[in-house]
Design a protein around this ligand. Structure first.
Ligand code: G
Ligand code: G
Ligand code: MN
Length: 397
């Protein structure tokens, strides 16, 4: 197996070559241009297990090389080594990921032996090529209509936890389609379909009803959980929606103050006036409203100005890694400050590790919801999870 190093500066090539030789027995091939590297790949791409590449090069630069690697379906490791600033490196990283490359990391020049060792370790842990992405079947409106009628939709729940105390405050309901042949299907494969084919009202009614019945069961077990349900702006074309919610909650025996509706602006909002009318009535019924995915194109400052939200959920692209990323941390902090000034509760979506948790806590965010705490789970698993969380919670506080 070989490692390719690509850089137009002979001195850098020589130093990298020497550093890597002292760390690995793999053959190291120096390429002073992208053309040379592409020729190596053309000769025998299966032999190349790792590429270290510079970004700034004359003629063909590192970005162009990344694009070509994507087109070649190169499936081994890639490391960018560059003198550019971190924001440029991060942009290049996003590009590499968008091309489905196994991006192992970016290193600022000059590389240290520790950094190179870390990249070699990462490369050996991905010895197998990426699993092929599961074929994504396209479903039709009729399939979905039948699934809703047949009761094939199933709610999952992801916990929302108070950062200051570790207390479980509630859950977000996330719908899945349990397909008899294809297994579990995620909402990104059917929510837009439902919106486009007039099925979103039926879908939301099923999800809400099941979530409220589940909440009643938790209340009966002594757990006072707030339950959040996602709604699309298209739900607000249905004037009967607020009364439906009120009567369903009443039947289930759940106070409306336990319910939160998470709203994301939809691309297809048909009637803004009817939405405003319905949202105001939900508000009069003391149902809480949350602005979801805040910071993305669909959840904007305009919405924040026009609608009476109780809670702001910062999109996870501004949460994970914010503590070490100078480009996203200010956006997260400003969003939290703004929400606080508007009297809203704040939720950070997507903390994935202890660093994220500690940072959010120090930043004064109210709630966290992410893989660090728990992945979405079925309703029957929640009680058991809370038991296990109580133990973990002691360590975190
Ligand atoms: O975990 P997950 O892949 O389930 O969530 C993907 C997206 O699907 C989330 O952004 C969420 O807002 C959306 N979603 C999940 N359940 C529902 C639902 O019942 N109604 C609507 N409109 N969107 C949902
Ligand atoms: O409605 P909303 O877009 O907020 O839905 C949350 C989505 O984010 C769901 O698809 C859920 O599975 C996903 N999610 C929740 N926590 C995490 C996390 O920590 N990391 C990642 N990558 N995704 C998360
Ligand atoms: Mn949501």
């Amino acid at each position: 197996m070989k490692i390719l190093i690509v850089d137009d500066e002979p001195f850098v090539l020589k130093v990298l070559h020497r550093q890597l030789s002292s760390l690995t027995n793999l053959q190291i091939v120096s390429c002073d241009s992208v053309c040379v590297a592409l020729a190596e790949l053309a000769a025998d791409s299966a032999k190349i297990s790792l590429i270290f590449c510079d970004l700034q090069m004359p003629e063909i630069d590192g970005i162009e090389f990344v694009r070509q690697l994507g087109a070649l379906h190169y499936d081994k490791g890639l490391v960018l080594v560059s003198g550019e600033d971190t924001r440029t490196l991060e942009t290049a990283e996003r590009l590499a990921l968008a091309h489905k490359l196994q991006f192992l990391g970016a290193i600022q020049k000059p590389a240290t032996p520790e950094q190179l060792q870390q990249m070699l370790d990462r490369a050996s842990s991905i010895c197998s090529p990426m699993p092929p992405r599961a074929a994504r079947k396209k479903y039709g409106a009729e399939d979905l209509r039948q699934a809703i009628a047949a009761g094939h939709l199933e709610n999952f729940y992801q916990p929302k936890v108070e950062l200051a105390t570790g207390r479980v405050a509630g859950v977000e309901t996330l719908v899945r389609w349990r397909h008899p042949d294809d297994g579990l299907i995620f909402p990104d494969q059917f929510i837009t379909l439902a919106e486009e084919h007039g099925l979103i009202d039926d879908l939301s009614r099923v999800v809400l009803t099941a979530a409220l019945i589940q909440t009643r069961q938790w209340l009966a077990a002594g757990l006072d959980l707030k339950v959040a349900v996602n709604v699309s702006m298209n739900n607000f074309n249905d004037v009967k929606f607020p009364d439906f919610i009120a009567s369903t909650a009443d039947k289930a025996g759940v106070p409306l103050t336990n319910l939160i509706l998470e709203i994301t602006e939809s691309r297809l909002m048909k009637d803004p006036l009817s939405a405003l009318d319905i949202i105001t009535r939900l508000r009069l019924k003391r149902i809480k409203l949350s602005i979801d995915d805040f910071g993305t194109g669909h959840s904007s400052l305009t919405q924040l100005r026009e609608l009476p939200f109780d809670e702001l959920k910062v999109d996870r692209s501004f949460v994970h890694g914010a503590w070490r990323n100078d480009a996203i941390r200010p956006i997260l902090e400003a969003s939290l400050t703004m929400a606080r000034q508007l009297g809203m509760k704040t939720v950070a979506e997507g903390p994935e590790d202890r660093e994220d948790w500690d940072f959010l806590k120090a930043a004064g965010c109210d709630l966290a919801q992410g893989y660090f705490i728990a992945k979405p789970m079925s309703g029957s698993e929640v009680l058991g999870w809370i038991g296990a969380w109580e133990l973990r919670r002691q360590e975190l506080m």
